[in-house]
Design a binder for this molecule. Structure first.
Ligand code: PHE
Length: 340
């Protein structure tokens, strides 16, 4: 009996020693200490032990059971500890690893320029007006003194929905919307998209952007227009940059001018950028035609005004020396990213 007992004890302890996971311990426990286990089997065999030895044998079996129970418990705790450590190790975050880069977007270069232009005019007391991109012929042409047979209405230039409705070809119709709803003094700018049926190339796009300006008050003269645009040019390109007016024609202004800005690269000496002329054309302008004032409900004997319109793409391309307009529309991040 004694030998059997120590064989069980030693066998179990040895097995316990080599066990590496808690599940195997559970197995061992059932096999040795369980109801049908080896030790319980021995207890059942007490019948064959002499009565006077039974207490001693019983005591021995219980001792072995206790010994095994503590050994198993210790081993279990140890295993649980190592399993916990293993798990923690597997789940650790390596804080020395470099973080994932978050790609930051940037405002499109043309809208950066648009914002700058708006800021300059707002600084001079202009407010920002808005108008529809889908426009009536009446506003886009008629009220701008462009009569029915005028070549500017050519279907080759204008996207028509029908005889009356079209995509605005310039921001000038916003002048009419403002004059018809506000009383002078008026001092507004209007940035926005305009549309012309042009093929896409380095300098043309069927959609592009303009900023319109309109000032109406008593006693407004061409000198006010010149002063406003000179101030604008200085603020955009720096001290010493002024404008030059060349006679031109627009049906909605009289007199009209093409306005050149002194080349900021050569300060007017003539260089590659201004093609030797010292100036770069950036906008159209003029005194609001009295006919337009009248059609829009403003008395031309009491009020005068000036208007101007410029292409935002053009100003952007000049500022950044961008040679192909298409770059502004393709949204290639490798291009856009350069304007952070
Ligand atoms: N609307 C003109 C154009 O698109 C520009 C312009 C605006 C000219 C206002 C004079 C006055 O070319």
């Amino acid at each position: 009996m004694k030998e059997k007992l120590s064989a069980i004890l030693e066998g179990a302890l040895k097995e316990l020693d080599s066990i590496q996971d808690t599940a195997a311990i559970e197995n061992l426990k059932v096999r040795v200490l369980g109801k049908k286990g080896e030790l319980t089997g021995l207890l059942r065999g007490m019948g064959s032990v002499a009565p006077e030895e039974r207490p001693i044998v019983g005591q021995m079996i219980n001792d072995v059971r206790k010994q095994l129970e503590t050994a198993i418990e210790e081993k279990q705790l140890k295993l649980m500890e190592t399993e916990k450590l293993k798990k923690l190790e597997a789940e650790t975050i390596d804080i020395t690893m470099p973080g994932r880069e978050v790609k930051r977007g940037t405002v499109h270069p043309m809208y950066q320029v648009q914002k700058k232009l708006i800021d300059i005019f707002v600084g001079m007391g202009f407010t920002v007006a808005d108008g529809p991109e889908i426009e009536l012929d009446h506003f886009n042409f008629e009220l701008m003194n462009i009569p029915k047979n005028h070549p500017a209405r050519d279907a080759q230039d204008t996207f028509y929905f029908n005889d009356n409705i079209l995509l605005r070809t310039h921001t000038s119709p916003v002048q009419a919307h403002v004059m018809l709803t506000q009383k002078p003094p008026i001092r507004i700018i209007c940035p926005g998209r305009v549309y012309r049926a042009d093929e896409v190339d380095a300098t043309h796009s069927p959609v592009f952007h303009q900023i319109e300006g309109l000032v109406i008050d008593k006693g407004i003269t061409m000198a006010d227009l010149k002063g406003t645009l000179d101030t604008f040019a200085r603020q955009l390109y720096g001290e010493g940059i002024d404008t030059r007016f060349r006679p031109s024609f627009f049906p909605f202004t009289e007199p009209s001018a093409e306005v050149d800005v002194r080349c900021s690269a050569c300060k007017g000496k003539g260089c590659r950028i201004c093609k030797g002329t010292g100036y770069i054309e950036i906008l159209g302008a003029g005194m609001v035609n009295p006919k337009v004032l009248e059609m829009c409900g403003i008395d031309p004997t009491e009020y005068t005004g000036f208007a101007f319109g410029m292409g935002i793409e053009r100003v952007t391309n000049l500022k950044y020396n961008i040679k192909d307009m298409r770059l502004l529309y393709e949204n290639d991040v490798r291009f856009i990213e350069q304007f952070k």
